[in-house]
Write a protein that binds this ligand. Structure first.
Ligand code: GAL
Length: 686
């Protein structure tokens, strides 16, 4: 079942913390929210002490009043379960609920997310608070849905409390059944690691070098993901049972969590927290033409693979920063609107700003919301009002429509998690996904992510003309078979270096690289090497390239050997001891083609492939756009909506080839030059 926002309507709103403000302010806050046009607020997610001030004593007075008043003002309420912030009385009494570092040092009260998911005592407390809240608010007409916890696996996504080691032991026991099977899977014969008693089995622990058994390290991530889901399930089961009329979601996409399985199994739809200004501090300065805030489109693309329409539970509205870290520059006038439409263009049908007013105390005194401390009108309130008016006009029209794309990047959790540890393939995937995302973005070719899962079918793949699976080191027989069927049926599939050589335990296969996809690609690897020195990295040169510049074949080189006459070599290495050998090949297979590139993809190489594959911009026939803008198209029945987003602070010029209806301005725009304002947005009906 697809996990989408229920109903075809658009809700715009804001995160609100009634417990942080004098009650006398609430009515005016709500009145002004409505004045802006907000219809929804989220609250409660850090307020455990107000719901259970002491063990077993549940009180709802403050939130009853806050929720009633919101409802009276016509605001719907999303309630967060407060389990991201266990109270001091609890952690003091039961320190075993706290998380610990890899070295075993216990975290303490004082920030948030300091707990572990494994402690039966904590799980019990979480069940009780969820039960009490669900019972109390199940039939409240103002409460429409629930957010479980807050940002599962944010801030810390590894867990080393005693309870975690124990839970991991149970998990491996269930997975492997016997110590023999565990020893086999983890290859413990290597360096005499074999276990002879389950009690000897732990999560990775400190050792003489900063390494660990790689198979154990992969299982650790799988365990964390399963454990997080089982922690959330405890709450979703209670909510489903006690509050069946209200929907359930959770927010944020973080490491070591299969957010697809989490959503499929527990949620009605997924929610994301979008803070594009993180790129003003995290941008990798050495990248040319960086994507900056536009890279959040790639994030939103991943979210859309979980929920075709989703909620942005926290959309950045002001400058971000904790007191001592994450300081960011202020969003420029227009950027809040731009980022809102970035989310909407990618599938958000519900969006809440973080937050109504900047906190005057605590870690986030510099994490600015729509209102400043002084509460007087400012440019962010004005911008929110404009956005709200616009979405009031077009929200219902576009709600429920689906993003459309002919290209997808394949991704999977096993390789993500294994690649975090394995430096022979993980860094390649990061580089290649970034490069492909960028090349497709700048070419105005919308793309999706497709997460390869056990339930993935040929039908899921066949929706796309072209699939890019950059570096699937781990591959199951089933996945290899599915990929073969996709290509045989006419699909075009592109692999990068290090594909297909590991099994699901992370063991290397004793067949020539690229293992399970060697036959599909019609090649084997003659030789291979890590490429460590940027300055001496060999280039790849297109055979049909004419003047096309040769480009570095980065990070890893697989030197390819065509295994049959049908395999066409498209590019050669032009450096090192393998100069003149094939770097990129194409193998006709059934009605389709399999490509193999023996390195990590750069933007230039992705561009070269886009040209040779004949992929056309989504604007073909109706517009010509400069590279500074992104285009996204959402479709509902026979209606198509095109979003055009200018990420620069300068006006840019587009060329319309057709007369189009500008939905935000409510007017027809004629053929010819069209200026898009700095940080400007256009929504056209096609
Ligand atoms: C999010 C979190 C919010 C707030 C915000 C700004 O990650 O969910 O509670 O902390 O970041 O830091």
């Amino acid at each position: 079942m697809e996990k989408t926002i229920p109903g075809e309507k658009f809700d715009l709103g804001v995160c609100y913390y009634p417990e942080q403000w004098p009650e006398a302010m609430w009515a005016d806050d709500y009145r002004r929210m409505r004045e802006i046009g907000f219809t929804i607020v989220r609250m409660g997610e850090f307020a455990w002490n107000f719901f259970e001030p002491e063990e077993g004593v549940f009180t709802f007075d403050l939130f009853d009043r806050a929720i009633d008043l919101a409802h009276e003002h016509g605001l719907q309420v999303i309630l967060g379960t407060p389990t991201a912030t266990p109270p001091a009385w609890m952690t003091y009494k039961y320190p075993e609920i706290l998380n610990a570092t890899f070295e075993g040092v216990q975290y303490q009260h004082g920030l948030r997310r300091h707990y572990n998911y494994s402690s039966p005592i904590y799980r019990d407390y979480c069940a009780k608070i969820t039960e009490a809240m669900a019972t109390h608010y199940a039939n409240h007409p103002g409460v429409v849905g629930w957010q479980i916890d807050n940002e599962l696996n944010c801030e810390v996504n590894v867990f080393y409390a005693e309870a975690d080691h124990k839970a991991f032991r149970t998990w491996v026991q269930e997975k492997y059944g016997s110590l023999d099977a565990l020893n086999q899977a983890w290859g413990t014969v290597f360096w005499n690691q074999s276990y002879s008693d389950w009690e000897q089995v732990h999560l990775p622990r400190p050792a003489p070098t900063k390494s660990a058994n790689p198979h154990q390290a992969l299982d650790e991530k799988r365990f964390i993901s399963d454990n997080t889901i089982s922690f959330a399930r405890l709450q979703s089961d209670i909510l489903r049972q006690l509050a069946p009329a209200q929907w359930i979601t959770t927010n944020g996409m973080f490491g070591h969590l299969d957010s697809h399985a989490l959503t499929d199994e527990l949620l009605d739809f997924f929610s994301y927290d979008s803070y594009p200004n993180f790129t003003t501090i995290w941008n990798d300065a050495d990248r040319r033409d960086p994507l900056m805030d536009r890279s959040y489109s790639n994030q939103l693309t991943k979210i859309r693979s979980i929920s075709p329409t989703f909620c942005v539970m926290e959309q950045q509205s002001g400058p971000g920063g904790w007191v001592n870290t994450m300081g960011q520059s202020a969003p420029k006038p227009g950027q809040m609107r731009l980022w809102t439409y970035q989310s909407v263009a990618h599938g958000a049908d519900m969006l809440l700003y973080f937050r109504w007013r900047t906190a005057t105390f605590g870690t986030e005194i510099y994490w600015h919301g729509i209102n400043d401390y002084h509460n007087r009108p400012n440019r962010r309130v004005a911008e929110a009002t404009t956005i709200s008016r616009e979405l009031g006009k077009i929200g219902e029209l576009i709600a429920g429509s689906r993003f459309t794309a002919e290209v997808a990047i394949l991704h999977d959790y096993d390789n993500e998690w294994d690649g975090e540890f394995d430096i022979w393939h993980g860094p390649l995937t990061k580089e290649s996904e970034y490069s492909w995302g960028k090349a497709l973005q700048f070419s105005h070719i919308p793309y999706n992510y497709l997460y390869v899962q056990e339930k993935t079918t040929l039908g899921d793949l066949s929706r796309y003309k072209v699939l890019i699976y950059p570096h699937p080191a781990i591959m199951s027989e089933e996945t290899a078979e599915l990929l073969k069927q996709y290509v045989a049926g006419g699909g075009k599939l592109i692999f990068g270096a290090r594909s297909g050589y590991k099994d699901q335990r992370g063991h290397c296969r004793m067949t020539p690289f690229p293992g399970l996809v060697a036959e599909l690609c019609g090649i084997t690897m003659e030789d291979f090497t890590l490429v460590l020195n940027e300055a001496t990295t060999p280039h790849m040169r297109w055979i049909d390239g004419g003047d096309e510049a040769s480009t570095p074949a980065r990070l890893f080189n697989d030197i390819l050997h065509p295994e049959n006459d049908n395999v066409q070599t498209l590019a050669l290495f032009d450096g090192d001891y393998y100069a003149g050998k094939p770097a990129l090949t194409r193998n006709p297979y059934g009605s389709g083609e399999a490509y193999y590139f023996g390195a990590a993809f750069s933007r230039e190489i992705a561009d070269g492939l886009i040209r040779r594959l004949g992929l056309a911009p989504a604007t073909t026939g109706w517009a010509e756009l400069p590279p500074e803008v992104e285009v996204a198209i959402r479709v509902k029945q026979d209606r198509r909506f095109a979003f055009i987003l200018n990420y620069t602070g300068k006006p840019v010029k587009a060329n319309l080839l057709q007369e189009l209806e500008d939905l935000l301005e409510g007017e027809q725009v004629s053929v010819g030059e069209l200026e898009i304002a700095p940080y400007g947005v256009k929504v056209f009906a096609l």
